[in-house]
Ligand binder design. Structure first.
Ligand SMILES: Nc1nc2c(c(=O)[nH]1)N[C@H]1C(S)=C(S)[C@@H](COP(=O)(O)O)O[C@H]1N2
Ligand SMILES: [Mo]
Length: 415
């Protein structure tokens, strides 16, 4: 399998050059243009024109970082009921693998560890030997909303756009694990993939997370080989990825090559320490929390977005206009959706659809009228089937800024 340090085009050359100090000359060569202000280009910053190059097949995403590549979807581009390939966010912890046709043709997934019969499955085995399922599944990054956490948390400053809900086709992980035969000692999975650690060291993993066996055996946890009836986009895990919906996106390993079944909680890259963990008991904002006092994030919290209109929308006072969007709630369902035009003083119930299948996001809409000329905000608030509701400001602070499900707001001007 060839990796980005090898045979990819221009921008990888320049990335390598960046770390050997030859930086800006290589950028200029890759761009085919001189860079008059190259001396002011901060170290580690790659020209957007080159970074964009790594985002092929994507449209309109906001790049948060290019090493690793992270790009979020502006909320209005999430308006589609089923997220398109072009609009699906990208969250990489390492380097996107560069895969040849041969790599794809020879792709295998191995299942080993606490199983009776270790398996090595080709893509054809997965397509031919197991029941195929197609499900709309939401994936939200554990750090979505981190941008609005105070005191700030380090990491990608996602606003609302590190979430997607596409239709995924593949096989149930439970069917594959049953074929392998789980031993009684099986308690957790460990996921491995073909992307390279940022250091380029092949011994290290960019990320290797896992889930408890109960989550692995849920019928909606799948190994997907197609998305929206097509190949999975390379940046989103082609040719094979795991989807553990409703849990932090990091549980959904892209470019999946191996699932180890373990007799203990997995301790792979980004499973331990402070990664994808929150304090066992709530702490005051800014508190330093010892690793031993942190717990692994499981279900994501209830959340919603307003995908139309866009913030800054203008309407005639007294005219009816429609607002709509999506809502989801981790392992739960969204039970109610409310909107406010008076900064949360009063609320009106919105129409809310049932999910097309469990773990699909739900769609909501409401008709609103602004009473007189001026500035307004529309606030949207989802409530889950356990009665938990999105907060107006950040919920419990945590050191890495996870699980920020504060309400989404848009500005609307009445003429
Ligand atoms: N192999 C691999 N899988 C991965 C990651 C990664 O860096 N490498 N990132 C994870 C994280 S943190 C998230 S939020 C989701 C994002 O999925 P997407 O990039 O397809 O939107 O992929 C997860 N799976
Ligand atoms: Mo993530």
């Amino acid at each position: 399998m060839s990796h980005p340090s090898g045979d990819q085009p221009q921008h990888n050359l320049s990335r390598r050059a960046l770390f050997t100090g030859a930086g800006t000359a290589a950028f200029a060569a890759a761009l085919g243009l001189p860079i008059p202000f190259a001396r002011f280009l901060p170290e580690g910053v790659i020209p957007v024109a080159l970074a964009q190059d790594g985002l092929s097949g994507k449209e309109g995403l906001t790049i948060l970082g290019d090493r690793p590549l992270n790009a979020e979807t502006p909320v209005h581009l999430l308006d589609e009921n089923v997220t398109s390939a072009a609009h699906m966010f990208v969250r990489n912890n390492g380097l996107t693998p560069s895969l040849t046709d041969e790599d794809i043709a020879n792709w295998t997934l191995s299942i080993d560890g606490e199983v009776e019969r270790p398996l090595t499955l080709s893509l054809d085995d997965l397509r031919g030997d197991f029941q195929q399922v197609a499900l709309q599944l939401q994936i939200e990054c554990g750090g979505n909303g981190r941008k609005f956490i105070t005191p700030a948390a380090r990491g990608n400053q996602w606003s609302f756009g590190a979430v997607s809900c596409a239709e995924w086709t593949g096989v149930r992980l439970s069917d594959v694990l049953s074929r392998a035969g789980l031993k009684r000692s099986a308690v957790y999975t460990g996921h491995y993939s073909a992307d390279l650690h940022l250091s380029g060291d092949p011994e290290k993993h960019a990320i290797s997370r896992g889930v408890p066996i109960a989550k692995a055996m849920e019928p909606h946890t799948i190994i997907a080989h197609a998305m929206n009836g097509d190949d999975i986009p390379l940046l989103n895990g082609h040719p094979l990825r795991l989807i553990a919906p409703g849990w932090p996106g990091s549980c959904s390993q892209k470019w999946l090559t191996r699932i180890a079944v373990l007799d203990h909680e997995h301790d792979g890259e980004k499973m331990t320490g402070q990664s994808y963990r929150i304090p066992k008991t709530p702490v005051a904002p800014g508190t330093e929390v010892a690793d031993a006092d942190m717990k692994i994030i499981e279900s994501m919290p209830v959340k919603s977005i307003i995908t139309a209109p866009q913030t800054g929308h203008r309407v005639q006072a007294g005219d009816v206009f429609e607002v709509h969007g999506h809502a989801w709630a981790g392992d739960n369902d969204v039970a109610a959706m409310d909107v406010s035009i008076d900064f949360g003083a009063t609320w009106a119930r919105a129409d809310l659809t049932r999910p097309v299948n469990r773990y699909a996001w739900q769609h909501w809409r409401a008709d609103l009228t602004l009473p007189q000329h001026g500035y307004y905000e529309v606030w949207a608030r989802a409530t889950d089937n356990d009665g938990r509701m999105q907060p107006a400001t950040q919920p419990g602070w945590n050191p890495r800024g996870y699980l920020n499900n504060l309400m989404h707001r848009i500005a609307v001007f009445a003429l």
